[in-house]
Design a protein. Structure first.
Length: 104
């Protein structure tokens, strides 16, 4: 199990916070692009989610911004566990989208 899988497993079941820099590095390595960072909010976008969100807007829950972006809020350089779970959901969607693209 690599470091990314360990973090995802931790975030799925944990109620603790994570340092923002760990979260940001994880997202960037996972293919997300930081499109906005102001104050306590950072907005990340993944090309596959953006594309799928345009085609199937009802598929994604309200955990995502209406544009398909992933919003991460930090407080005192920490990210709350519910944002970490949203990251886990986003990675699950990315895997599903990649699987659908392979099956075409």
């Amino acid at each position: 199990m690599d470091e990314a899988d360990k973090l995802l497993n931790k975030w799925r079941s944990s109620t603790s916070e994570e340092r923002y820099d760990v979260v940001e590095n994880f997202l960037l390595k996972a293919g997300f692009i930081k499109i906005h960072d102001a104050g306590s909010r950072a907005v990340f976008q993944h090309p596959l989610i953006k594309e799928a969100f345009k085609q199937f807007p009802g598929y994604f829950p309200r955990d995502f911004h209406p544009s398909g972006d992933l919003v991460i809020v930090r407080h005192k350089n920490k990210v709350k566990h519910w944002y970490l779970r949203n990251i886990c959901k986003a990675l699950k969607y990315i895997q599903e989208i990649e699987e659908m693209k392979k099956d075409k």
